[in-house]
Design a protein around this ligand. Structure first.
Ligand SMILES: Nc1ncnc2c1ncn2[C@@H]1O[C@H](COP(=O)(O)OP(=O)(O)OP(=O)(O)O)[C@@H](O)[C@H]1O
Ligand SMILES: [Mg+2]
Length: 276
């Protein structure tokens, strides 16, 4: 298991798809060994953020217009994706993206493609099976035949097979039963606390993400609208209204809620979290 803990720093990041600005001057930090969540509605720019970190923007005709992304102080912007995996970043992509015709074991081993240390790969596989014991009897099963929850475990396990310093999960909860999502978040906490792996969780399930993360950001229309500790965001009336089901029957529509300016005067600064 890797012993180095690396911080991820995203500074002043602006990303465009042709004429569409998907991220606008975004600043996000994941401290070494941290657990951070980025919340946001559909189209907020969450997946674009992940694509920017993992250098997969080019597959979607996107490009970084300005800004920097560093891991442990080293720039990873513009590096090839396999080099970013080697540097210590692994992702569980939105929609899992398993190889449905390969077995569970083959899918897991795909995650170790950047490594050549056979014994250490075996150790990682064993660690994964300790984390997800229900996968052990399914190792030779075709991945496409597993339940959604089991497939998500394989997707997390596959990412862990690269022995990452930072694990990024894009919409882990999508389409899964609440009980399974709860268990997955508990496992992320275990990975974070026991192994020291930094976690960046991109989520629409704000309630659960804010229970497990230490720090949180709200992205809206490509900008960081709110940031703070997860406790601060849980107590923030706007977050409660927008993401935690506040307001009961009088729940204000998403578009109608009054927000602080998304164009803060000071460069790169967000409105204070305590603002109501
Ligand atoms: N390949 C693309 N070409 C053009 N525009 C794109 C492309 N991918 C995303 N966008 C636009 O960029 C913005 C951010 O999209 P993104 O997929 O990052 O949002 P998201 O927060 O992940 O949304 P969701 O919750 O639906 O997954 C949206 O306005 C989207 O339409
Ligand atoms: Mg997305």
């Amino acid at each position: 298991m890797r012993s180095d803990r690396l911080d991820l720093r995203i500074e002043d990041l602006t990303v465009v798809y042709g004429g569409v600005t998907a991220l606008d001057n975004v600043n996000i930090t994941v401290p070494p060994g941290g657990f951070v969540t980025v919340l946001g509605a559909n189209g907020a720019g969450k997946t674009t953020l992940v694509r920017s970190i993992t250098s997969l923007l080019y597959l979607h005709k996107g490009r970084v217009r300005r800004g920097s992304i560093t891991l442990g102080g080293e720039s990873i912007l513009g590096k090839k994706s396999p080099d970013i995996v080697k540097a210590g970043v692994a992702q569980v992509p939105e929609g899992r993206k398993l190889f449905p015709n390969l077995s569970v074991k083959e899918n897991l081993l795909c995650g170790a493609a950047s490594r050549s240390d056979v014994d250490a790969i075996d150790d990682s596989l064993e660690l994964n099976l300790e984390l997800f014991p229900q996968l052990r009897p399914l190792l030779n099963q075709t991945a496409g035949l597993l339940s959604g929850g089991e497939q998500q475990m394989v997707a997390v396990g596959r990412a862990l097979m690269s022995d990452p310093a930072l694990l990024i999960c894009d919409e882990l909860s999508l389409g899964l039963a609440p009980k399974i999502v709860h268990r997955l978040f508990e496992l992320l906490t275990e990975i974070n606390e026991r192994r020291g792996t930094s976690i960046l969780v991109i989520e629409q399930n704000a309630s659960l993400a804010l229970q497990h993360a230490a720090d949180a950001y709200v992205l809206e229309l490509g900008r960081v609208l709110i940031e703070g500790t997860a406790d601060e965001l849980r107590g923030n009336p706007m977050v409660q209204e927008l993401y935690l089901g506040g307001g009961g029957e009088a729940h204000t529509s998403y578009a109608a809620i009054e927000r602080p300016s998304r164009r803060p005067e000071a460069h790169g600064r967000r409105p204070p979290v305590s603002e109501s």
